[in-house]
Design a protein around this ligand. Structure first.
Ligand SMILES: Cc1cc2nc3c(=O)[nH]c(=O)nc-3n(C[C@H](O)[C@H](O)[C@H](O)COP(=O)(O)OP(=O)(O)OC[C@H]3O[C@@H](n4cnc5c(N)ncnc54)[C@H](O)[C@@H]3O)c2cc1C
Length: 428
């Protein structure tokens, strides 16, 4: 064991990011405790659409979107919404989001996302192989569907963003898509096929398996709620939990949408928002598509999983613990019957959870600017399931004093949210 790996590491949060981080750090030889207030994998990592979105290069904020957002908020059937009571709190986030939709920034942000995504598949495959659970991810590809030709034409900019960064995309007619996926209805006029996108067959089970493998490898899983820190001149010396105070050498904040207050206490106020998504599970859908579908007209993901069909949607800016509006979510999600023929909507379960979202669609990965014994790994927004393994691998390299094999300057916590830190894109 090297001097650095003899340090005690405490990882806060056992979602996909924290579980992967704990596992990589344990594998590197650290003495690791993973602290989770609930059950591992039951945060946002429980309910996502399960896409290992290796082609998810375009950010959430695309050119022109800032202007459209106001209209979207007023439309009761639009998946993008904000709770009125939460709006004043959200305004600084939306100002930064609007700034990130400038075309030159969209290009630079796409470079930074592509930079991580290029290593994401390999990191996850490596981790799953080492824990003996490669079966959790299947190479099924992804179809983006359109029922509207104008919207399909507008979607071509996102296709170009991907292609310029090496992502394989094929633009298909409705009939060509129906040949690949006979469950698609005649309403679909065309779309895109992403052959390299993969599927997790059950995101919560995968997260649990990773945290169990961490424990089997000698890591400690502690059920406790972190309340704050004892701070010394050099950084935190103790983690205050509802089970007592734990002496610490190195702390990793991987608490998803809950991370902001910890980051702020540990040296950096980051503009992290809770962007809530909803899903329904259907165990007997009548028709089970074999390929993961995502309607780009309606912002609905239709994900075949090992335990049924999951349909998810919504970007609801609201407090993490605000009362869910399942009725509104269902009104939007049930529109999936326009995309999949013969779909039955006997809902087996409903879920809401918070994506940890940054206004520039880039995660926060790296040391706190204030303390060398604090690492941040959160803010993965719509692609945390995809990026959890690669984030954990980077954090374990940083903890060991190594230089990560990926340039991580774009993800630093104290970055300039007007974009000054990002180099101009060679693809612009
Ligand atoms: C509807 C929907 C669909 C999505 N689809 C996809 C997709 O297809 N592909 C993809 O890549 N991503 C997708 N995402 C995004 C993805 O789910 C998230 O980015 C990811 O799960 C974030 O993981 P995390 O580990 O950072 O956070 P979480 O999974 O939320 O984990 C954070 C953990 O920290 C714990 N915690 C918080 N506070 C404390 C405390 N004080 N003490 C102890 N523990 C604490 C929480 O209990 C929780 O378990 C989707 C998200 C949603 C909502």
């Amino acid at each position: 064991m090297s001097e650095s790996t003899s340090r005690r590491v405490h990882v806060i949060g056992a979602g996909i990011v924290g579980s992967c981080t704990a596992w990589w750090m344990r594998r590197a030889g650290f003495d690791v405790t993973l602290i989770e207030k609930n059950v591992p994998g039951e945060g946002a990592s429980l309910g996502n659409a399960g896409s290992i979105g290796l082609g998810s290069v375009p950010p959430l904020g695309m050119p022109g979107m800032a202007w459209k957002a106001a209209g979207m908020f007023l439309d009761p059937m639009h998946p993008l919404t904000a709770r009125l009571s939460h709006l004043p709190k959200s305004i600084p986030w939306f100002i930064r989001f609007a700034m990130a939709t400038k075309r030159s920034r969209v290009e630079s942000i796409s470079d930074a996302r592509a930079n991580l995504l290029a290593h994401a598949g390999d990191a996850l495959a490596d981790l799953l192989h080492q824990i003996g659970h490669s079966e959790m991810v299947e190479p099924r590809g992804l179809i983006h569907t359109y029922e509207n030709k104008d919207k399909l034409a507008k979607g071509m900019y996102a296709v170009e963003l991907r292609r310029k960064r090496g992502i394989r995309v094929e633009v298909k007619t409705g009939d060509e898509l129906r040949e690949m996926e006979p469950a698609l209805s005649d309403n679909v006029v065309g779309g895109m096929w992403y052959p390299d996108v993969q599927d997790c067959i059950n995101p919560m089970r995968m997260t649990k398996l990773i945290s169990e493998a961490f424990v089997a490898a000698g890591g400690k899983l502690m059920t406790a709620e972190v309340k704050g820190f004892n701070l010394g001149a050099e950084g935190p010396t103790g983690i205050i939990t509802d089970q007592g105070t734990l002496p610490c050498d190195l702390v990793v904040i991987a608490a998803g949408a809950w991370s902001r207050k910890f980051a702020s206490e540990l040296g950096c106020d980051v503009p992290l928002a809770s962007e809530r998504g909803y899903h329904i599970m259907i165990t007997d859908p009548g028709t089970l598509p074999k390929i993961h579908l995502s309607s780009n007209d309606r912002f609905i993901a239709i994900s075949p999983m090992e335990h049924g069909l999951r349909m998810s949607s919504m970007s609801e800016f609201a407090a993490i613990d605000a009362k869910p509006n399942h009725e509104r979510a269902f009104r939007i999600i049930k529109e999936a019957t326009n995309i999949v023929r013969g779909l039955k909507l006997d809902v087996a379960s409903r879920w809401v959870g918070s994506r940890p979202s940054m206004p520039d669609s880039l995660p926060v990965i790296g040391f706190s600017p204030a303390f060398r014994n604090v690492l941040f790994g959160f803010g993965h927004g719509h692609i945390g399931l995809t990026l959890g393994a690669v984030t954990g691998r980077i954090l374990s390299q940083l903890a060991a004093g190594a230089t990560p094999n990926i340039d991580i300057s774009a993800y630093r916590p104290d970055r300039d949210f007007t974009g000054g830190h990002l180099p101009p894109s060679p693809h612009a």
